[in-house]
Write a new protein. Structure first.
Length: 732
């Protein structure tokens, strides 16, 4: 079939032609990503285009061989019916769709040639495209059967690569093109030929890579919006829009146009590949351009409207199967990884510090995500398993990660690109993944993957994908001969399931850390409760003991009050007798007061007890006595039960000194307390009349009795002047 007149396919554009003008102007860009391919201002010549102002069906602009095909010479300002007839015009009376083009019908030109008519909106303008048709092709049961057979073949594929291979065969059978490639976009926006079906005469690009500049960003965006792109003849001369739009109006957006003219750079690119015709069908999954079905032929070939519809439907079925296969593979991998995670987490003990617990399982942690090594850093402590950087490298990397990746899992297949120091150990750690457990220490878990040298087969040198030619114009590379490149400093890419697994393991580590902290808090609380219970039991016991001692003390007070009452001669005033009794009672009460204040009931500091007792006696004896009592009291601990007896002895010694040494008048008193080889040594000295007392008085008899209870020895020394009384008693 002849699509174009011989003058339509010149070998080289004439210097004054629009094609030559486009090559000199549209390609004059800093880079391909800036080329405005959606507003070329021209169409391909295998049809013509009409534009109306909206609903009035009056033609305002057009492009292509309108006069030759319709036979209407003066078509600008004419109604559509005068160019396309009543049937097509009637079909066009319905509102145009807001998104994408719709098929209107088949139109027969005055010459008898058949054309397919479609329409879409571009801004406020209605665009009608009329493209040559096969004429004999019909969208019938045979085409549906072919699609059903192809879909069944897709479903039987076991994996993505097998599915792509079957798709290449099915699309070649459907379109008739000599070479069909399933082209997949990679993470870096470059592409690779995953599968290929071709005639023996066509060169092969299977497993070849193509740089991202071959299909720039704006082209990829158009492939999502308009899923089919056809170029029946790559050596065409573009047909400009007539009349040209005024500069006050924006250029006509041809994003949805099937006839839209193609970038001159791309046309030269195809010619350099010895391609005569091409077609591209988008493979879109979840709104993202997964790849393309790229069709090439060495001769001009038209992809009719019916075939484009079938190819679009087949590409959507392929996209669904690709997604299903991808999802199934991802699901199986996620299930496998979750099982490994659960087993690993169950083996990490809570009893040990977290870094030590992780260090014991580094080989398993590495295997979890297919790493060749793993390390844990806490502060400056490093533990490694498998192939890892040196310890100082782990510390430097961990400190950088702690500042960079807080709150997320960091991963890269080329660590040296983001952390240049890693170049020194790229053999062990070209790939990195890790997360921060605590940034302040730092506390970081890291995975490493060894360098994987990769030989990439490019379709031509990717570094000359687009180069600057004469006069600074951009031109595509001329050679597509295989060009191999060895890529170093990179590791096998971390998959999404592996990154997700690392994230879940991070959450599990945080939970283990929280559980360990909670267990420590609970243990501390339990110990505190146990200690408190023990204290309460102890206090209950001691309170019962104190109650017993209080009763004993009261009995003691009752006894010596009775003795004092019987011993009191009528000549002694009652007030004096009561004052002495008061001092003895105070000696007993002070012991209990100290017991309660100290919140312990087993021992008493005799020095502090004597100090308070002497201070109280001095206060009750008057200010003159208070200034004349001198003390040197060492800290001596005695059993609480003996403290009362010690206090009563001291009280009686002071009362005797006041009564007999000075006859009741104030005079110097010296009280000392010291510990001497397990005994308490108490000395009470005065500077009074001196001499040994008869021992028949109540106080003297009480002292002898109390000393006996203490197992104490009493020595009376005549100090000349005064008397020095020394009492030595065991502490326990």
């Amino acid at each position: 079939m002849r699509f174009f007149a011989e003058t339509d396919v010149p070998e080289t554009p004439s210097p004054g032609s629009l094609a030559a003008e486009l090559l000199l102007s549209d390609a004059d860009l800093n880079d391909c990503d800036r080329e405005p391919i959606h507003i070329p201002g021209s169409i391909q010549p295998h049809g013509f285009m009409l534009a109306t102002g909206g609903d009035d069906a009056v033609v305002t602009h057009g492009a292509g061989d309108i006069e030759e095909i319709t036979g209407v010479q003066d078509w600008i300002g004419q109604p559509l019916v005068g160019l396309l007839g009543e049937a097509i015009t009637e079909s066009l009376s319905s509102p145009a769709p807001a998104d994408g083009a719709v098929f209107v019908g088949r139109w027969t030109a005055p010459s008898g040639e058949t054309f397919d008519v479609s329409t879409h909106l571009s801004g406020t303008r209605r665009i009608i495209e009329v493209e040559r048709s096969d004429g004999a092709a019909t969208f019938g049961i045979d085409l549906l059967a072919r699609l059903d057979k192809a879909s069944a073949a897709f479903e039987r594929a076991l994996n993505v690569r097998q599915l792509a291979a079957r798709a290449a065969d099915e699309f070649r059978n459907l379109t008739g093109f000599e070479r069909v490639m399933i082209y997949r976009f990679l993470d870096d926006e470059a592409g690779a030929v995953l599968a290929e079906s071709k005639s023996p005469e066509m060169s092969s690009f299977l497993n070849h890579h193509f740089p991202a500049t071959d299909i720039p960003k704006q082209a990829r965006a158009l492939y999502v919006r308009n899923p089919v792109r056809v170029i029946p003849e790559v050596r065409y001369s573009p047909r400009p829009l007539r009349p040209a739009l005024p500069q006050s109006e924006p250029p006509l957006d041809m994003s949805d146009s099937v006839l839209r003219s193609v970038s001159p750079i791309h046309l030269q690119y195809l010619r350099n590949m010895d391609v005569g015709a091409s077609a591209s069908i988008s493979i879109v999954t979840d709104g993202v351009l997964w790849g393309l079905v790229a069709c090439h032929d060495s001769r001009p070939r038209l992809l009719t409207h019916e075939t484009r519809i079938a190819a679009t439907a087949l590409a959507r079925g392929l996209a669904r199967q690709l997604k299903a296969k991808d999802d199934a593979e991802l699901y199986r991998e996620r299930v496998r990884l979750r099982g490994l995670e659960d087993e690993l987490v169950a083996r990490i003990p809570l009893e040990e510090p977290l870094d030590a617990a992780l260090a014991k399982h580094l080989d398993e942690i590495a295997a979890l995500v297919g790493a060749t090594g793993a390390a844990v850093l806490r502060g400056k402590s490093v533990s490694t398993g498998g192939a890892c950087p040196p310890a100082n490298g782990v510390v430097a990397l961990g400190n950088w990660v702690a500042k960079t990746a807080a709150g997320r899992v960091m991963s890269t297949a080329s660590l040296s690109e983001v952390f240049p120091a890693a170049t020194a150990w790229k053999a062990e750690a070209s790939g990195f993944m890790g997360f921060v457990i605590a940034a302040d220490e730092p506390f970081v878990l890291m995975w490493f993957r060894a360098e994987k040298l990769e030989v990439v087969r490019w379709a031509g040198d990717p570094h000359t994908a687009v180069k600057t030619g004469e006069a600074g114009k951009l031109t595509p590379r001329a050679s597509f001969a295989e060009w191999t490149e060895t890529v170093s400093g990179r590791a096998q890419r971390w998959t999404n399931p592996e990154i997700e697994s690392a994230g879940r393991f991070r959450d599990a580590v945080f939970e283990l850390r929280a559980l360990r902290q909670m267990r420590q808090v609970n243990q501390s609380l339990q110990e505190s409760v146990a200690d408190r219970d023990l204290q309460l039991e102890h206090q209950d016991f001691l309170l019962r003991e104190v109650n017993h001692r209080v009763q004993n003390s009261l009995q003691l007070i009752t006894s010596f009050l009775s003795l004092q009452a019987r011993d009191n001669p009528d000549s002694r005033p009652a007030s004096e007798v009561l004052r002495e009794a008061q001092r003895r009672v105070k000696a007993v009460s002070l012991v209990h007061s100290r017991l309660y204040r100290a919140d312990q009931f087993e021992t008493i500091d005799l020095g502090r007890y004597f100090s308070e007792l002497i201070e109280d006696m001095a206060t009750s004896s008057g200010q003159d006595w208070a200034e004349l009592i001198h003390t040197e009291l060492a800290p001596v601990s005695v059993e609480a039960g003996r403290a009362t007896t010690f206090g009563l002895v001291l009280t009686e010694l002071i009362i005797n000194a006041q009564k007999y040494a000075y006859g009741g008048r104030p005079g110097p008193l010296y009280v000392t307390l010291e510990e001497d080889r397990g005994s308490a040594r108490i000395v009470v000295a005065d500077e009074g009349v001196g001499g040994h007392q008869s021992g028949k008085g109540f106080g003297s008899r009480l002292i002898e009795s109390l000393a006996g209870q203490l197992g104490a020895a009493i020595e009376y020394r005549d100090a000349r002047p005064g008397l020095r009384v020394i009492l030595t008693a065991p502490i326990g």
